[in-house]
Design a protein around this ligand. Structure first.
Ligand SMILES: [Fe+2]
Length: 257
């Protein structure tokens, strides 16, 4: 299924002093909303300049998150925020060096400490310009249901639904996409891993609807219609998805997604 963020331009009829009037396209949004969208677009553009793979990860996460959100009955406003939250969830990695982001091996304790700052750094970037639940997703997307996540170790069941959906979509894409330290695994294996971690790492209600998103599509990775996101205007669509491989799930643990 395809999910696009709501973009409903309205029209403004302008009398130009002649018999005809012209319809100008004009967003039905407040100046505050437009500012938030422009800032979001700029931040994602900056992320793409820094690390195109990370920006693509945000787009794929957004598509999966919206599909899950739709399956859970989220309304259009919630889906819009879910989309934005997914695009921005790793924006704090702008502050992490390429040497760490692209390291093709496990991280040292010191490097891991740096990576773990990205939720809070990202939150500092967006907190004043995006809705609160979007900012929450940036700050809390590495928290877990059992309270073993970071940066605060708070139980995820107390977090907004937007956060709990982004957590699942983020982890799913991390497993099924190519990373410097890890090749992609098949959708079926990723779904099994999400199900195995339901209740401890992920919200079980959110994890339960994920397989339905990929029903009859387990022979491929991301469905074709999900490969080309509907990003915020002015942004490039995500790149192509690499072919599937069969690495061990074990090595996924211990690295940030
Ligand atoms: Fe992250």
């Amino acid at each position: 299924m395809r999910c696009s963020p709501p973009r409903r331009p309205g029209t403004c009829r302008v009398d130009i002093g002649r018999r005809d009037t012209y319809d100008l396209r004009e967003p039905e949004r407040s100046r505050e909303h437009d500012t938030s969208e422009v800032v979001t677009a700029r931040l994602i553009a900056a992320l793409r300049l820094r690390d195109p793979g990370l920006a693509d990860h945000g787009h794929r996460t957004a598509e999966v998150a919206c599909a899950v959100g739709a399956a859970l009955g989220c309304d259009e406003t919630a889906l819009d925020r879910l989309y934005t939250a997914s695009l921005l969830h790793d924006i704090g990695k702008l502050g992490v060096s390429e040497a760490i982001l692209w390291k093709p091996a496990g991280l040292t304790t010191g490097e891991w400490t740096v990576v773990r700052t990205h939720p809070e750094e990202g939150h500092r970037l967006v907190a004043d310009v995006v809705p609160r639940d979007v900012a929450s997703a940036v700050l809390y997307h590495h928290e877990r249901m059992d309270g073993e996540g970071y940066p605060f170790g708070i139980p995820a069941h107390s977090l907004p639904l937007v956060v709990r959906i982004v957590q699942v979509a983020d982890a799913f894409d991390a497993m099924t996409s190519d990373r410097p330290y890890q090749g992609p695994i098949p959708i079926t294996a990723a779904l099994e891993e999400i199900a195995r971690c339901a209740g401890t790492q992920f919200d079980p209600d959110v994890a339960a609807v994920l397989p339905g998103v990929f029903e009859n599509r387990t022979d491929a990775r991301i469905p074709e219609e999900l490969r080309h996101a509907s990003p915020i205007p002015g942004l490039d669509p995500p790149g192509s998805v690499p072919a599937a491989a069969q690495p061990s799930l074990i090595s996924l643990r211990g690295r940030p997604v």
